[in-house]
Design a protein around this ligand. Sequence first.
Ligand SMILES: NC(=O)c1ccc[n+]([C@@H]2O[C@H](COP(=O)([O-])OP(=O)(O)OC[C@H]3O[C@@H](n4cnc5c(N)ncnc54)[C@H](OP(=O)(O)O)[C@@H]3O)[C@@H](O)[C@H]2O)c1
Length: 242
Amino acid sequence: MTTNKIALVTGANKGIGKEIARQLGAGGFTVLAGARDAERGELAVKELVAEGIDAVAIQLDVDDPASVRAAAAKVGAAYGRLDVLVNNAAIIPAGDDAVSRIDGGVLRAAFETNVIGLVEVTQAFLPLLRTAPAARIVNLSTSLASFAQVGDPESRMSTVETLGYNSSKAAVNMVTVMLANELRGTGILVNGADPGNCATDMGGWDAARTPAQGAAVAVQLATLPQDGPTGQVYAEEGRLDW
Ligand SMILES: NC(=O)c1ccc[n+]([C@@H]2O[C@H](COP(=O)([O-])OP(=O)(O)OC[C@H]3O[C@@H](n4cnc5c(N)ncnc54)[C@H](OP(=O)(O)O)[C@@H]3O)[C@@H](O)[C@H]2O)c1
């Protein structure tokens, strides 16, 4: 049985999630790399293990409650606790669009994965997080969920017409705040991480930031000291305005 701290990252088979897993692993965590597709998860883990990281693939589709329950049972049986949960898995659904045009099913799909999936994963792992001495929960957010930025006509964020993504991530921010309130005094800190626009399948390959740069703020929030903040969203530059 490992004496390392245990971190689970959802959607860790590529992009920013894989980089978060890599950086936590390099920092001495045993990383459980969540992937909805078991094969893609194993491929990513192979890469991390080759770099000397203690990584284990775990099948976890945030949209599938049975898969979430099974993953939590596996982690419980293998480690008996969870020190860090990074809720990274998310989608911009195909057909995401402006308020006047978006199809209801597309909006529903965004909330299914980005909000309901995230909440169900958090609920499933909360007993194991409570068992750890000082657990940390990090929910990936975005400046597209910031009312201040999207509401500023001068901001580039005001021009991005993806209601499904923006509004589901704004809901994730509320999850972060409410869970932080619920867990205040337990030693568990809950924060949101905005990676900035990074070159990934989601962010577009022409984005200025690397996934590694984007991962750094999430890793910092996953390793906060006991007197660290809770119920906030941070980007590299500091606290993000709601
Ligand atoms: N890239 C950016 O510019 C940017 C900016 C702000 C915030 N973010 C946030 O950062 C996080 C990572 O984004 P990214 O750019 O790395 O995206 P990405 O490259 O598209 O990767 C998303 C990851 O989530 C997984 N995923 C999607 N649906 C899932 C489900 N139902 N169950 C389990 N895993 C699922 C994907 O798995 P598959 O490979 O199986 O699809 C993939 O591993 C997201 O929360 C995103 O909103 C990104």
